[in-house]
Design a protein around this ligand. Sequence first.
Ligand code: NAP
Length: 256
Amino acid sequence: MKKVVVNGANGKMGKRVVDLILNKENTELVGVCDKKGIDKKIKSTNLKIKNNLSQILDKKEIDVVIDFTTPASVMDNIRIVLNNNINMIVGTTGITKDNLDEIKNIVDNTKIIIAPNFALGAVLMMKFSKKAAKYMDDVEIIELHHDQKIDSPSGTSIRTAELISENLEKSKNTKQNYIESLTGARGAQKEDINIHSVRLKGLVAHQEVIFGTEGQTLKIKHDSYDRSSFMPGVSMAIDKINEIKGLVYGLENILD
Ligand code: NAP
């Protein structure tokens, strides 16, 4: 039986993860933490939401902490959990290359899976995009999310740009120095790849990767219409966490 704590348990993703744990075989929800909804009881359990992660970790025997909080707090959460020698699964976005370097230094004998996107379809979109980059001249990314998403561009778009850049031959990029008559018109850049962020009510999480080469384009698109799309990936991470070594970044690295 894996004993699990959910951090960010009152959030949109955290609530789904709580339901997943309550319904998943061989897992037990032993703690819930959030900055909001303090003392709210979790249905069918005796657990109440607490707002101090360190105190929860002190008191219980815990196998894994799952974090869906905010980019501003995620690194502090990771430091707390790893310093307590507890394994961790992180879905919160906003983790930078410097953050990953720090995590590699503090991970020691614990294990941590960080995935900017737990939707299996999105992971495939990233894999296919990396592959397509070998054969195409240039690419831009459009990511679209609900209007409550705090950070932009999305962690998925940044990860996609990183993966594409491993295969994209930069010399093929024929873009000129454009003039932006409105700042931001060409989007933001990661690894010289333009990323455009859309935030709108009604959306969940969507991304289109558009490749261009002489006389043709290729579009690779993924849509999460519901947050349930992320749960099989989270479930897989729970199942595989004991098998990994140290830090794994990206769900693609634990797919069979
Ligand atoms: P959300 O609804 O705002 O939930 C986040 C919750 O965490 C809020 O209740 C927030 O409280 C709480 N929180 C903030 N700081 C905390 C801390 N230090 N300790 C404990 N709880 C804390 O956001 P969401 O839509 O669930 O998304 C959460 C994160 O997951 C975001 O970074 C999002 O981009 C990411 N995400 C990842 C995936 C993936 O597949 N990897 C999928 C969807 C979303 P306050 O409101 O008071 O700050």
